[in-house]
Design a binder for this molecule. Sequence first.
Ligand code: FES
Ligand code: FES
Length: 226
Amino acid sequence: MTKYGPYDPTLDYAPGPAPTRKGGGVETPSWKPLHMSRRNFLRGVVCSGVVIGGSAYLFSTTTPARSDTRAVERLVRLTVNGRTHSIEVPPNETLAHTIRYRLGLTGTKIGCNQGECGACTVLAGDTTIYSCSTLTHRVREVDITTVEGIAGPDGALHPVQQAFIDEIAPQCGFCTPGQVVTAVALLKKNPKPTIEEARLAMSGNLCRCGAYDHYLRGIMKAAERV
Ligand code: FES
Ligand code: FES
């Protein structure tokens, strides 16, 4: 039998030759390190949508931060909806968690928590991001807008919000904040989208109630008003 050293979690392992039978038994295959650098590993992650989803899951937090005294807490100045907050955020905390549980902005929803459903969509500058898959420390220099920041300061609804109401787009409403944020971002970049452009732009926002056509009609209606 091959002698093994202690398992080293910092190495990536690839299977060696196929198992060989000796004396009726199956010999455990030897394993050899890939010598894959962290840089190459991350390159693979970025190039593979499937792995992106997995890594988002691995690196995201689904539960409140542990009160582990060894955890490194760091001060972050985070600008959300025009207000700057100074808050202690662990390095591994997601923006969705910070927004909802530290700032109390619960309009942003957490659905899949792994970058697939779009319920957690917020604006980072003018770009939509999945806040469940974004570390808060990564966006400390960026203006964040959540669904609470979409309406005007006087509470007047954004044309997208009004059009979604007019088209009775929200059914259970869970996906609606993400749909609103994505639609607003679309109309900022492309005020007069075709229905196909709108469908493509909204493709990262899933709706379990299946109200896709209602949301699309709402976007087209809002485009006539902005
Ligand atoms: S909760 Fe973030 S993409 Fe689903
Ligand atoms: S309205 Fe229910 S998930 Fe979209």
